[in-house]
Design a protein around this ligand. Structure first.
Ligand SMILES: [Zn+2]
Length: 424
């Protein structure tokens, strides 16, 4: 039962062994199969599907699935909870020029090299405004998820995919990219029986560190503390970046440093990354994260205020309410956390509602924290652990062209997270 993921389903792995894949591509090409070169987002989602990150999905959604996701937060079966459409878009012109139609077996390539086989079972259109309203609760184009929806091309293809060619995950991500099955192996080695997820797009200040420590304590619950049986998994979402975000390299390497510098240990902390372009769908993204992390083998998931939100589109606890609504369809336990902040009176990091010095509390303000990093002057260790701060500065130099934050330059010149090499 250990390979069971979201909705009690066995983890999907749709990967063709290399020798079989080489033959299959040759056969398909000899039979003049249609080919289509996908863009980065689609390539990323193909990889996610093929390794079971999106279990029980075996491919891109059909119209029936998308409709059910939008209307009922389930797949077309009416019972499997799913909150975000996973779609393959294509333009009318591309459909014409490639000749792709329903029931075709298509070779999907990325950067010109074979990536996957796509068995197309549905060709359809969507009312994008309707999708935006239902998934994001707004139709405003300045919401990044809505913008992504509007930018989809006009036609969609549904059907199963099978990976032909595993991605080469480039440094520094290589060791952190763990598939759902690999993850389960690690957890088994560590003997963890409960694992709590920390979702992150940040480099950790001490408030984040304590968020994880608080969740670790919460997850322990009634368990005996005799041996290390509860772990924190920091699962960094690596994907499309916006100018001003932290660079991916800094996010993953700083979190890892918290463990190697001893603020956590091998017995209770692990860092990994998952490829996903954030949709900033707030409550619906919270549900999606629950499904994703169940597939990673986790038992608990931290949710703070305004989880995966953007701007002021969602209330601070909307995600919590949505999770409660679909609770029966999820098999992961949410742990709700308060904000951690600095209390000068206690001289320590504290949680909202913990000590009685509310008037003195100093919140970690995003602006202050960013200006500390931009100044590059080592802050007090109660804000940033010195080892973590060093890693921020190093990664800025090594990967960020001098900046820990995404710039236009970084977007143009960064090393891709993965590459698809020729199939041979
Ligand atoms: Zn206090």
């Amino acid at each position: 039962m250990e390979n069971i993921g979201h909705a009690g389903r066995e983890i999907v792995e749709r990967i063709m062994p290399k020798d079989v894949a080489i033959k299959r591509v040759a056969e398909l090409r000899a039979a003049k199969a249609k080919e289509y070169d996908v863009r980065l987002q689609i390539a990323t989602e193909i990889i996610d599907i093929a390794y079971g990150f999106f279990t029980p999905l075996e491919g891109f959604m059909t119209k029936a699935d998308v409709t059910a996701v939008c209307d009922n937060i389930t797949l077309a079966d009416g019972k499997t909870v799913w909150s975000i459409p996973i779609v393959f878009d294509i333009s009318e012109e591309e459909l014409k020029s490639t000749g792709i139609q329903k029931d075709d077996t298509v070779i999907l390539t990325y950067t010109g090299n074979p990536l996957a086989i796509f068995d197309v079972t549905d060709v359809f259109t969507l009312d994008k405004k309707d999708v935006a309203m239902k998934v994001y609760a707004t139709t405003e184009e300045k919401h990044p998820g809505v913008k992504r929806t509007y930018n989809y091309k006009d036609k969609f293809l549904g059907g199963k995919i099978t990976l032909l060619n595993p991605p080469k995950i480039n440094p520094p991500y290589t060791e952190f990219w763990l598939t759902p099955l690999m993850m389960r192996e690690r957890f088994k080695e560590k003997g963890w029986v409960r694992i709590v997820n920390h979702q992150t797009r940040n480099v950790p200040h001490t408030g984040h560190e304590w968020l994880c420590k608080g969740a670790w304590l919460q997850t322990y619950g009634e368990l005996s503390i005799e041996k290390p049986i509860v772990g924190v998994l920091v699962n960094a979402i690596i994907g499309e970046k916006r100018v001003g975000d932290y660079i991916d390299e800094a996010i993953i390497l700083t979190h890892d440093k918290l463990r190697t510098a001893g603020y956590f240990g091998e017995h209770n902390h692990m860092t990994s990354c998952t490829l996903w372009d954030m949709r900033y769908a707030g409550p619906r993204e919270a549900v999606f994260h629950a499904c994703l992390r169940t597939n990673l083998g986790l038992t608990h998931h931290m949710y703070g205020r305004d989880h995966a939100g953007v701007g002021s589109y969602y209330g601070p606890y909307d995600a919590h309410h949505m999770l409660a609504k679909v609770r029966d369809g999820l098999n992961i336990t949410p742990t709700y956390s308060m904000n951690w902040l600095y209390c000068p009176h206690c001289g320590e990091i504290t949680s909202e509602g913990l000590c009685d010095h509310k008037k003195e509390w100093q919140k970690f303000s995003g602006t202050v924290v960013r200006s500390i990093i931009i100044d590059g002057v080592k802050p007090p260790r109660l804000i940033y652990r010195p080892e973590v701060f060093d890693v921020i500065m190093e990664t800025a130099e090594k990967y960020g062209f001098g900046s820990a934050f995404v710039t236009e330059d970084y977007l143009k010149r960064r090393t891709p997270v993965f590459t698809i090499e020729p199939l041979k």
